[in-house]
Design a protein around this ligand. Structure first.
Ligand SMILES: NC(=O)c1ccc[n+]([C@@H]2O[C@H](COP(=O)([O-])OP(=O)(O)OC[C@H]3O[C@@H](n4cnc5c(N)ncnc54)[C@H](OP(=O)(O)O)[C@@H]3O)[C@@H](O)[C@H]2O)c1
Length: 229
């Protein structure tokens, strides 16, 4: 059982729909939070909401090579980490022939390269018993047409999580790969390339966040899409 009371947790993408909902749940459990986002206004508003739970904030563009290092440096203040949640991400839609090349690069950088760089930078700060949570997606299990490149970034992240979990098992560091189905954060309305497909009603972000935080506390080894039904 992982105790969150007084734990030190880094939430990356804390300004997003899922990241903010996860931050709220962690705060309710008594965690001390370092919040990382890109939009400084959203970061300040969330910090106001969460009050004393927030022990640090950092704003960084994670697609830049310096971004993950800046987040890790901010997280280092005040001792080692009990957990990290990587909830930053973007999506692109449409057939491959219409995929904008710059958008593809941004998506690959944010959804896969940045969490790998961040993990490497954070290694010295991860305490035994800590957990690293990656927000992958259901498309890592069932890659979808019209979302080929996005699906591939999530497959890459899920594969990385599995290998890192094995690599760090002896150090008692858990890597929890989370693959939620469509969730109503508005992410699909903000694609960086392409036009959103029609999607059915998605899950409630607060319920998804609650499920993720309960999996952290219960030391669950994996959180597949079926865990959200
Ligand atoms: N919503 C879904 O249906 C769903 C389903 C499965 C998996 N997921 C995954 O869950 C994660 C969170 O999704 P969400 O729905 O919460 O999306 P969201 O509300 O759009 O949040 C995205 C987050 O990523 C951050 N971000 C975007 N570009 C960035 C950059 N260049 N550098 C640093 N941060 C950047 C945003 O920061 P700012 O707001 O500060 O710019 C925001 O915090 C994503 O990886 C997504 O793929 C989502």
């Amino acid at each position: 059982m992982t105790q969150l009371l007084n734990s030190k947790m880094l939430v990356v993408g804390a300004t997003g729909g899922l990241g903010s909902a996860i931050s709220r749940q962690l705060s309710l459990q008594g965690a001390r939070l370092v919040l990382a986002g890109r939009n400084e206004k959203k970061l300040a508003a969330l910090t106001d909401q969460l009050g004393d739970s927030v022990i640090g904030t950092v704003s960084a563009d994670l697609t830049l090579p310096s971004g993950p290092a800046a987040v890790a440096a901010a997280a280092a203040r005040g001792g080692g980490l009990d957990g990290v949640i990587y909830a930053a991400g973007v999506v692109a839609f449409g057939p491959l022939s219409e995929l904008d090349d710059d958008a593809f690069e941004q998506m690959l950088l944010l959804n896969f390269i940045a969490p790998v760089r961040l993990f490497k930078n954070l290694l010295p700060q991860l305490k035994p018993g800590s957990v690293v949570v990656h927000l992958s997606a259901i498309v890592a299990e069932k890659p979808m047409k019209g979302m080929a490149a996005y699906s591939a970034t999530k497959c890459a992240l899920t594969g990385f999580s599995a290998a890192m979990g094995a690599e760090l098992r002896r150090e008692h560091i858990r890597v929890l790969d989370v693959r939620p189905p469509h969730t109503e954060t508005g992410l699909h309305t903000r694609p960086i390339s392409g036009v959103p497909p029609r999607l059915g009603q998605g899950l409630d972000p607060a319920a998804v966040a609650q499920r993720i935080v309960s999996a952290i506390m219960a030391d669950e080894p994996d959180l597949p899409s079926t865990a959200f039904s």
